[in-house]
Unconditional design. Structure first.
Length: 208
């Protein structure tokens, strides 16, 4: 309950008789951002970003990367610097990235999205960046699983000589490969992140 005393934004109510004098208005209050937050989650103010972000704090689970001018998760061991990219918006939820209190996720390709948007996007079986279509992470483990699946499942006779023209969304080269329903593998960079551009029947056997 708010006693409606007029006062500057602060963690606690100025009125000493008010229950919010002891308790405070919210679990978290930042007197720089004038931000109140009552949600059950940790939040901290980064003086370099000059904004409040979700997390325990700098040096605990986040560090501020000076080159990116952004807070990055300490769990993100292979952080790649992403200068100037944070002026844009998240490709998933379209909110601005820099003023966001949400933790951010820098992708391999250099694009950035909210960590929560990334997790949600990955749960939908997506592994390519929605902006540039490159793999968001190192997919070599997943691709070797696909290699195994291709080896173990022979294609029906009708497809034995079907050759696909492909465009690789990782190395951006075009090439050819045998058609397989598991996936079409780029012969140049071994990625399965490819698009089929067309197919034809090879008369002689195609080299494996
Ligand atoms: Zn009050
Ligand atoms: Zn703040
Ligand atoms: Zn920061
Ligand atoms: Zn960085
Ligand atoms: Zn987002
Ligand atoms: Zn990208
Ligand atoms: Zn490739």
């Amino acid at each position: 309950m708010n006693c409606k005393s007029l006062q500057p934004a602060a963690k606690k109510c100025v009125n000493e008789d008010c229950e919010l004098h002891e308790k405070g208005f919210a679990k978290y209050f930042c007197n720089i951002c004038n931000l109140f937050d009552d949600r059950p989650r940790p939040i901290f103010h980064c003086p370099y970003c000059n904004t409040c972000r979700m997390g325990l704090g700098l040096g605990i689970d986040f560090r501020h990367c000076m080159r990116c001018n952004a807070c990055v998760s300490l769990a993100d061991k292979d952080h790649r610097c992403i200068p100037q990219k944070l002026q844009g918006s998240c490709p998933i939820c379209h909110d601005t990235l820099f003023n966001s209190t949400e933790p951010l996720k820098g992708l391999r390709c250099g694009h950035v999205m909210h960590l929560s948007c990334y997790n949600q996007y990955c749960r939908g079986q997506n592994y390519t960046c929605p902006l540039c279509m490159r793999c968001m992470e190192d997919m070599s483990d997943y691709f070797s699983l696909l290699d195994q699946a291709v080896r173990m499942q022979a294609m029906p006779a009708a497809y034995q000589n079907t050759i696909c023209n492909i465009y690789c969304q990782d190395c951006e080269k075009t090439g050819e490969c045998r058609y397989h329903f598991v996936g079409l593998k780029c012969t140049q960079c071994a990625s399965y992140n490819t698009r089929e551009m067309g197919r034809y029947e090879q008369l002689a056997a195609f080299p494996n």
